[in-house]
Ligand binder design. Sequence first.
Ligand code: FES
Length: 675
Amino acid sequence: MSDESVKILFMPSGRRGSFPKGTPVLDAARSLGVDIDSVCGGRGLCGRCRVECMSGHFPKHGLTSDTENLSPFSVTEARFEERKGTLPERHRLSCHATLLNDVVIDVPPESQVHRQIIRKETEHRDIRLNTATRLHYVEVESASLEDIRGEAQLLLDALKRDWELENLRIEANVLPRLQKALIEGKQAVTVAVYNAQDVIAIWPGLFESPRGVAIDVGSTTVAAHLCDLGNGEVLGTASVMNPQIRFGEDLMSRVSYIMMHPEGAGEMTAVIRRALNDLFVELSEGVAGDLEDILEITLVANPIMHHIFLGIDPVNLGGAPFALTTTEALELRAKDLDINIHPGGRVYVLPCIAGHVGADSAGVILAEHPEQDAEMTLVIDVGTNAEIVLGNKDRMLVCSTPTGPAFEGAQISSGQRATFGAIERVRIDRETLEPRFKVIGSDLWSNEPGFEQAIGTIGVTGICGSGIIEAVAEMFLAGIVSTDGVVNGDLESQNSRIFASDRTWSYKLHSATAEGQSDISVTQNDIRQIQLAKAALYAGVKLLQDHMGTQQIDRIRLAGAFGSHISLSHAMVLGLIPDCPLENVSAAGNAAGMGARIALLDRDSRGHIEKIVRWAERIETAVEDKFQDYFVDAMAFPHKSDPFTHLFGEIPPPVVRTQQSAAGNTRRRRGRARS
Ligand code: FES
């Protein structure tokens, strides 16, 4: 290395410095704190340190850069290209390119250790890659007669020498594999180090496919995302129906099952772990990988699913005071939970917040970050319970409110899960009161040519959660349903749309067209179920607003599958969510699952969410006196007294029908039905 100095500028960080000629670019980067990745420790094997040498004059920086200002292509780089393919033009391995003259070096995102992973547009922040499990390639000295150190010690010494990793502990599963790995790798091995502390895995030679899985255990669906821990990429996604459904459709019926069958808790734990293991096989096969490539999983779940997964009896969560066995985040060994990934693999379970507010809500908060903004954000995750977060950078409140399964299409006369054939979109003509709708599996509206052929022999099978929300909201907007939620049986309609049934009135959306099919209608009781569910949700929000001391909500995010599929304006028409400018209401996607993914890829996020969960204030709706009053007022569409000025400034208000004003409608069938 010469004494003569040259200048180097790194982009995009803008860090710059002067170094003696002959300094490797990677060394210059490290001494300036520039974030460049490496698994092989500068041996020209992994290609993670790849950078681009810029050409041209950079007047702002007073530098002229050229590829010739770096050392000529080395033999190691040529060998790397033989193995991994040609590097793009102007690209070099920074561990092998040395400085000859001034250069401007661009570090591409894929070469940055803490790169940002761009999230989808429905998500409003990127993820910083900073995994808990890191790979390190080392060449280990051979044992000799003169050296009394064992091979494990030689490995630890090599890790200290090359990676400055000290005080590491080698896991029991690694020791029996060590000698074989050293022989097979000709003394070169890759180890996985967890939290800069534990050597949890070892492979001969260079190993480059560390994987992790982010899991969201819902009461209905279990979803898993396989991620590359090296670059944060999602390699595959798989989901399966929660097999616990055979013990009970909803959470409380599963708890009841366990109360009546004490062995049930163990059975449910076994089936969920088996389902996860099956998902890991499916995901690994999907990328032609090995189960042992999976080194970490992170998991979110509601409190009952959380306890059952951990093998904890959830019965205490079935009634007040809804005592959780633990609210803390957990770092566990996969093998202790019968999880079949790498034998040294780790499981991180996000913290629970309260008896009804689980690790899934912690995931939602992690994904949505309401605590980072000044604006007051309301985040709602709708399931059988709605979990609600209201807050900003100054304060955060959370609660859970029992919405029941109506929003999922259950307890609705024609309700069904969101599968092929289910009505998911509804519009009702305000003059004729005639409906048109869309079903899952077809892009056509029911009044468009080709609809019948498009839905084929399956036909229209029922109405799912998003469909019932739209149907009831459209009935309200068309004046078929009053603000109190009563179907107006006095209205004339074509095709016997409004008909008496069981002493109340119903509205027919679709008449069966073939034998074995049923009419699809919205009954008075269906509307009542939606009122009960939405009133519970709204009352929960009102309580949080009360405690927060504000009626102002700047932004509403609806998390979960429900939030992704419903029409947000129809939800507001019914008063599921409070009034707010519609452009500030959006779906957050699977925010709980995204939270698990963030925790998987950014270990700092784990400490962050653990802190936020301790800071958040829990409001217990069950013991709040005002809840009942709020609930009663929220039964009306959209609400008994709250003005929905933003909403009805953007969409036409509901038709108010009286006996005289109902266009073409005259009173009829009086006395036959009552609400
Ligand atoms: Fe691995 Fe440069 S650090 S190739």
